[in-house]
Design a protein around this ligand. Sequence first.
Ligand SMILES: Cc1cc2nc3c(=O)[nH]c(=O)nc-3n(C[C@H](O)[C@H](O)[C@H](O)COP(=O)(O)O)c2cc1C
Length: 211
Amino acid sequence: MIFYEPGTHKQHGFKHDPFKAFVTPRPIGWIGSIDADGRTNLAPYSFFNAMASNPPQVVFGSGSHADGSKKDSQRNVEDMGEFTVNIVAHALREQMNETSAALPHGDSEFDAAGIEGAPSKLIKPLRVAAAPVAFECVYLRTIELEHWSPPHRNFMVLGKVIGIHVSEDVVVDGLADVTKWSPVSRLGYFDYSTVDNVFEMFRPSSAPGPV
Ligand SMILES: Cc1cc2nc3c(=O)[nH]c(=O)nc-3n(C[C@H](O)[C@H](O)[C@H](O)COP(=O)(O)O)c2cc1C
């Protein structure tokens, strides 16, 4: 076994930091937000996950710009208190990637990447019209994490899901069938994967059935 302390991977033969390759697959939260002037924003975050389901709560992890200033998504979410999370179907992978370009604050990735936005029902930020699933979220709080290289900063942004849009096309017999949209997930390096192999397992102590 190789053992190394974070930051020393090169001394152990790794060309690049493999940490993110170990925590895989990571779902991608494609975050839609809006600023105080009503300008829309859309960007992917793969430090993203659901942290609870009753009520549903999600988190995305945002780094900062090199000068320590916050990325637009975090800034908008904190300022306006609302965001959408759009689930990235395989068919949307290229558009999702395009929206990771660093545009000046206020320039819309919806427009730059030619992505059709759709209105949310309970909040102002747009959702991605073609996303098979989209959440409407309200901001809960931010937790600042450590960073090795100040003034760079790292944050966790937490939100609560208050509305869910689901395409009828992905519902089969009353269940959401992920193979209908093949969610894109992030691996390490420049690698991605999709869900194309689903199997069932039941917990020893519970009766069979979805939880
Ligand atoms: C698939 C993918 C996942 C990403 N995940 C993150 C992430 O978890 N945290 C982060 O800070 N940046 C992440 N990025 C980079 C941001 O999307 C990028 O910095 C973007 O310009 C931020 O946009 P914003 O300033 O409009 O929020 C990711 C990029 C891609 C393509």
